[in-house]
Design a protein around this ligand. Structure first.
Ligand code: NAP
Ligand code: GDD
Length: 383
């Protein structure tokens, strides 16, 4: 008999990698997807199976973390062995604009799932993974951060996730549920949402190299993040639910990097050196040098002449609209517990992550630019 997993947030970055990972392990995966006016399944289209196929291993259900009845029905119908609660309004800056909705989905949503499992008498059967976050550490009280570090959330997102964290611990202690928190530090990939900083950078650097964009405007360049690859982090989620005893785990690489250095590394990936000048909102990065062999290999000879002409020009600026009312300046995790108890080790370092993201975005942006040119040709044809 195949094990059954239910993933909320299956259309997101982590949901997509986790679904693929569990299907490879022989699971039947149910996923909860929100209704939207367009298809929103790009990240899992390669896994999708037509409802008429027999013995499907991926089944999608419409649902929402703000809808208790719907969550209870889906959990009752699917009788999962494992629930991975990954759904969330996951953008920290946006949570300042939508604080009530964020509290509802990211905080109360967790309670709805735990309570559904309890009311359906599924406690002996169903194990629950809650997607907790390093944002809980916020204004950090200890460096590096580990499971025992006190929390100090700094955004409506982090405060909502704090509720999610503690209600998971409470249900574990009160009802002996196998419910665990993964306190995951930032993890990225080619599937990362386009408005998170790493993907914003890898897309922009690709577009600048291809002549599709002149400059990228950023927020706080000095904050530091502990970035890993999402593929490594979904392995940890799975491992947490395979333990005999539920518990909470920090998942991190232990290395922290500024946004400024991430930008330098992304440009370096295509053989380009940038130099930062100025301070605060006047800070800019200038295109300083091109290693033409690397540029040709990574981007293509056709783009070199136009790009060479841009030496000395600004390619990065700062726009205060991307600043947050309260910032998390430094995150760096200590994943000793995960390493020793789960045997978890990340396979990707930051260079390998950036290479993966840049290769993907250069390819994607070339396609976009080609389609755009094709689009114009078709328009001209009809004129
Ligand atoms: P993501 O790409 O933003 O995906 C979020 C998923 O949640 C999407 O499938 C989204 O659906 C869904 N969703 C949002 N609101 C929902 C609602 N009300 N009801 C049902 N589904 C809803 O996020 P991610 O990077 O994969 O992260 C997965 C989880 O880990 C999130 O809970 C996030 O807060 C947490 N986390 C992430 C990181 C990280 O660095 N990536 C680190 C720590 C914790 P749509 O596709 O329809 O928008
Ligand atoms: N998004 C964004 N856009 N961030 C920028 C920008 C910009 O233009 N410029 C600078 N930053 C800074 C932010 O101020 C923040 O300090 C850092 O880059 C990282 O921002 P994000 O990539 O948006 O991620 P996050 O750290 O706020 O949140 C992510 O990681 C959390 C785990 O620590 C999200 O995935 C959360 O859902 C997750 O919990």
């Amino acid at each position: 008999m195949s094990k059954v997993a239910l993933i909320t947030g299956i259309t997101g970055q982590d949901g997509a990698y986790l679904a693929e990972y569990l299907i490879k392990k022989g699971y039947i995966v149910h996923g909860i997807k929100r209704r939207s006016s367009m298809f929103n399944t790009d990240r899992i289209d390669h896994l999708y199976q037509d409802p008429h196929v027999e013995n499907r291993n991926l089944i999608l259900h419409y649902g929402d973390l703000t809808d208790s009845l719907n969550l209870t029905r889906i959990i009752g119908e699917t009788q999962p062995d494992e629930i991975y609660n990954l759904a969330a309004m996951s953008h920290v800056k946006v949570s300042f604009d939508t604080p009530e909705y964020t509290a509802n989905a990211d905080g109360l949503g967790v309670l709805r799932i735990l309570e559904a499992v309890r009311l359906l008498n599924l406690i002996p059967k169903t194990r629950i993974y809650q997607a907790s976050t390093s944002e809980l550490y916020g204004l950090v009280q200890e460096v590096p951060q580990k499971e025992t570090t006190p929390f100090y959330p700094r955004s409506p997102y982090a405060v909502a996730k704090l509720y999610g964290y503690w209600i998971t611990v409470n249900y574990r202690e009160a009802y002996k549920m196998h419910a665990s928190n993964g306190i995951l530090f930032n993890h990225e990939s080619p599937l990362r949402g386009e408005t998170f900083v790493t993907r914003k950078v890898t897309r922009a650097v690709s577009r600048i190299a291809l002549g599709m964009q002149e400059k990228v405007y950023m927020g706080n360049l000095s904050s530091k993040r502990d970035w890993g690859h999402a593929k490594d982090y979904v392995r940890a989620m799975y491992a947490i639910l395979q333990q005999d005893e539920p518990s909470d785990y920090v998942i991190a690489t232990g290395i922290t990097t500024t946004i400024r250095d991430f930008l330098k590394m992304a440009f370096a990936e295509i053989g380009v050196e940038i130099v930062f000048k100025g301070e605060s909102v006047k800070e800019v990065a200038i295109l300083n040098y091109i290693d033409e062999n690397v540029f040709i290999k990574r981007v293509g000879e056709a783009y070199l002449d136009a790009f060479r002409k841009r030496i000395g020009e600004e390619v990065v600026g700062v726009d205060p609209q991307y600043f947050r009312p309260t910032e998390v300046d430094l995150l760096i995790g200590d994943a000793t517990k995960a390493r020793t108890r789960l045997g978890w080790e990340p396979k990707y370092d930051l260079n390998a992550l950036i290479e993966d993201m840049m290769l993907n975005d250069i390819k994607l942006m070339k396609k976009e630019s080609y389609l755009r040119k094709g689009g114009y040709e078709i328009l001209n044809y009809f004129e």
